[in-house]
Design a protein around this ligand. Sequence first.
Ligand SMILES: C[S@@+](CC[C@H](N)C(=O)[O-])C[C@H]1O[C@@H](n2cnc3c(N)ncnc32)[C@H](O)[C@@H]1O
Length: 317
Amino acid sequence: MSEAAHIPVLLAEVLDAAQPGPGRLVVDATFGAGGYSRAFLERGARVIAFDRDPSAAGFAEPLKADFGERFALVLRRFSELEAGLAATGAGAPDAIVFDLGVSSMQLDEAERGFSFMRDGPLDMRMGAEGPTAADLVNTAEPEELADIFWTYGEERASRRIAAVLVRRRAERPFARTADLADTVEAALGGRRGAPTHPATRVFQALRIAVNDELREIEVGLAAAEHLLPEGGRLVVVAFHSLEDRIVKAFLTERAGRTPQTSRHLPPRTEAARPSFALLARGAVAPGAAELAANPRARSAKLRAAVRTDAPPWRTAA
Ligand SMILES: C[S@@+](CC[C@H](N)C(=O)[O-])C[C@H]1O[C@@H](n2cnc3c(N)ncnc32)[C@H](O)[C@@H]1O
């Protein structure tokens, strides 16, 4: 694992938006290698971090040694933020920060099976439980596979790829990432000079499906709305358009920026008063200096908002 793999993305902007400091409690919903958590702790805040990946525990040890009781790691999904935080006995957080997606450690480690660049078992689970990507590829109905590639990978050849995989798995099930990447590449007729590997979209789609990532974001954001008191800060860094679309829709709606469906309708009711005020109008992207130092930051987008005194909105069941 290289040093470069640990560079936290948009750190200065995250600190600016979350405002960690003495006497403040920050929830780091996606601990990873602990880059954000360390920066919050160094500024004097208390930090409760979450990660669904048990291997994140290794990165928590140095923080416990350096900051003692000011830091704790909870190995749970952030969709369980409310129960997880309640179990720690901590009070209301002053800020909740999400840095979505997989970590560079997870991507770089062949054994985790996220990468078409490094051969490994076809796993892709961030946590330790549930079906793997191999289970999905080897057992899902062709229509379900095509839907996954289309919805989570925006892959236009979704049906063709699904048909090829289903035919191939009948002879020999998929077990390795390189085998899947090669089969997808062949199904698409080779590289044809494309700047990215032809299997990029299929790998992204499988990863999102295996980890139920988009639902996690929806539930996690709603949990943050419930947990933050007035003045509390929500900060979210997203890495691809599917993630950012959900964050943008949530914040735009909660900030009352969605136009009323009809001007003949009665004005907004108490329950629909804006629960967040946006900190910046659009998304904040990395500056030129950060991009030069860390090319992996190129698609990162930060959105942040401050909780108002309005009650949380009801969410669709
Ligand atoms: C991009 S990394 C975070 C990097 C971190 N900000 C740092 O500075 O080191 C994302 C982390 O979030 C975790 N994660 C992703 N989805 C999660 C979820 N639904 N619940 C909890 N952790 C999640 C991943 O396991 C990964 O470790």
